[in-house]
Design a protein around this ligand. Structure first.
Ligand SMILES: [Zn+2]
Length: 609
């Protein structure tokens, strides 16, 4: 590992705000002193991931991970410390010292995937070149012109063309690309003899990028209708390409989603590109199938507001209805629907009405998901038929029951009353009679008022002794007179290993640092486990730390308990060993001794009160 001077690290770390870096991956909301969001390291429904801006550290109350901005990137993206410093330096617009620029230490996994990434890079450029510069690309250029896709968009989205002559395989053969690598890309079909030929033929090529912007697969659209072949052909599943996870254009959309606080979900790639051309930058699309849990989870990381903007035709309406059901299953999103006027596709509307009008519709013509849902239900039933009508009323009431009781419910009930020609009061009564099952969730699932979830913290509970240790350690770090008081006693030790280790590191640290800064100390400690302990201590600690008397009490309690605690630990080990050799008599003896010691410890604690 390269040794980076501490001043450089410090400079780079303070060139950014941890909120900005974390905010690129986690949607954060302020609650009290800290910011909270869904932990990016595991799936969860209620936020337990917290960031403290003042201290520039993060901590997850659920998985216990914690540290500073470097630790965050190391954990999240599997970077080495050096790489994390580089990444943060770049984000902070810092000029990196040469030794840092040269130091690249890819992980084993990265090394393994790197050739796959470069084949996709090369294939993207190759297809793009064919589209833009060659005669073979003419029909595809013509098609894009008809769809009014600008040269700038062709560039931005690196659109390409796979001609009918199979040219990709010869291209890589000439470059002497490794056969096994090519096999794994999914860009080729393999015959029984193991020979590879191009998978994509005579198709307009949409490179699919991962959230970091690297191409990981393709979707190819047929230029001419052909009964024997699908209109869109996707890369098969590969080590890079997981269709359930992929979201088209998430990488480019992310900054705009954060800025506008909402994400627009389109049905197809063309809609996304078309919208982008009209300067609607926050659009994404799923991979042609219905939304997956994995994709919804990705959405949750970036936004809490989603607008579904699918096609206006029958299948589009059905797909919208399904998307709403999936998105509202979890209480994480405010979901709205945008419908283009006259039931046309978003792309078509942009072309016919122009970008300005398109932007207007996108920004103003949204309706709550519930409203869409009720209109959609109406089209599914024949209201002139009594049985149908009854079913319709029941389904609508179920939907209304899912919203908060009050004005909103009344508005929808009134509409329903007019639609089915039944008295408002009897409908309301029926709503009240719905079984509790459907009414248990009063949060505004489908309606506009998204209720923010309060962070639920699974806080750990510590014994009184451990709490004393934790309090003392923080008091020592933040209050130099407490520090002086404790270090004056050379025999003082913390009982628990992790605190003792932090204490020892701190002694080193204060030799060269006049003032304690948690993010800086975290780098000094380096050990991930201790960094996590430290982050938890910091986030946890809101107490008054300038009370020297309280510190003295802590010291007293720790010192008095220490011999007992270590004796107990020793006896526990002996107890376990006795169990292993089946010496029950010895175990019995040790057990009663342990009980006696625990009693003593309890007495010690109460006498301290
Ligand atoms: Zn976590």
């Amino acid at each position: 590992m390269v040794k980076i001077p501490e001043e450089t690290i410090e400079k780079i770390r303070s060139s950014v705000n941890i909120l900005d870096i974390v905010g690129q991956h986690v949607q954060l909301k302020k609650a009290g002193k800290n910011f909270f969001g869904l932990c990016p390291f595991h799936e969860e429904r209620t936020p337990s991931f917290s960031v403290n801006e003042e201290k520039q550290i993060f901590h997850c109350f659920s998985c216990g991970r914690g540290g500073n901005v470097f630790t965050f990137l190391m954990e999240l993206e599997g970077l080495s410390f050096t790489e994390a410093v580089q990444a943060v330096g770049k984000a902070g617009g810092m000029q990196l010292p040469d030794e840092l620029v040269q130091a690249q230490q890819p992980s084993a996994r990265e090394q393994q995937l790197r050739p796959l990434f470069s084949v996709h890079e090369a294939a993207t450029r190759f297809y793009h070149h064919i589209l833009v510069n060659t005669k073979a690309g003419a029909p595809a250029r013509e098609y894009l012109k008809k769809r009014q896709i600008s040269a700038e968009m062709i560039e931005t989205f690196q659109l390409g063309f796979a001609p009918s002559e199979r040219v990709l395989q010869p291209f890589f053969k000439e470059q002497q690309t490794d056969y096994q690598t090519l096999r794994k890309t999914g860009l080729f079909i393999e015959n029984q003899a193991g020979e590879l030929t191009d998978r994509f033929v005579n198709r307009l090529m949409f490179p699919i990028r991962n959230p970091q912007g690297a191409p990981i697969g393709f979707s190819g659209r047929l230029l001419q209708q052909n009964e024997q072949q699908p209109k869109y052909l996707n890369s098969p599943e590969t080590e890079l390409f997981n269709k359930r996870k992929v979201i088209y254009n998430l990488d480019l959309a992310k900054p705009a989603v954060r800025k506008t606080q909402r994400l627009i979900l389109f049905e197809g790639f063309m809609d996304v590109i078309s919208a982008y051309q009209a300067e609607v930058f926050n659009g994404v699309a799923s991979m042609g199938t219905s939304l997956t849990e994995e994709q919804i989870y990705e959405f949750k990381k970036v936004t809490s507001q989603i607008c579904v903007c699918y096609d206006g035709d029958q299948p589009g309406q059905k797909a919208t209805n399904r998307a709403i059901d999936l998105l509202t299953q979890q209480d994480s999103f405010e979901v709205n629907v945008i419908q283009m006027p006259n039931g046309v596709d978003p792309d078509e509307f942009r072309r016919t009405a122009g970008p300005k009008r398109f932007r207007e519709v996108i920004s103003k013509a949204q309706e709550p998901a519930l409203k869409f849902k009720l209109n959609f239900l109406k089209t599914q039933f024949n209201l002139n038929n009594d049985v149908d009508k009854l079913n319709y009323v029941n389904q609508v009431l179920q939907q209304i029951a899912n919203t908060k009781p009050g004005v909103t419910q009344d508005v929808y009930l009134k509409e329903l009353s007019a639609d089915v020609d039944l008295p408002f009061d009897s409908l309301r009564k029926q709503l009240g009679n719905l079984p509790d099952q459907s009414r248990k969730n009063h949060s505004s699932k489908l309606h506009n008022q998204h209720s923010q979830q309060a962070p639920q913290l699974a806080e750990r509970h510590y014994s009184r002794i451990e709490n004393a240790e934790r309090h003392l350690l923080m008091a020592m770090f933040y209050n130099s007179s407490v520090w002086d008081q404790v270090v004056a006693n050379p025999n003082f030790n913390f009982i628990h290993d992790q605190y003792q280790q932090l204490y020892l590191f701190a002694q080193e640290y204060f030799r060269t640092h006049a003032r304690y800064q948690s993010a800086e100390f975290s780098d000094f400690v380096q050990e991930p486990k201790l960094q996590a302990v430290l982050a938890e201590l910091e986030i946890d600690n809101d107490e008054q730390l300038d009370n020297e008397e309280a510190a003295t009490d802590c010291v007293k309690m720790i010192t008095e308990s220490a011999p007992l605690v270590s004796k107990i630990n020793q006896l526990r080990q002996e107890f376990d060993s006795a169990g292993q050799i089946g010496d029950e008599l010895q175990q019995l003896k040790l057990a009663s001794e342990l009980i006696r010691l625990h009693r003593q410890l309890d007495q010690l604690r109460t006498s301290n009160d």
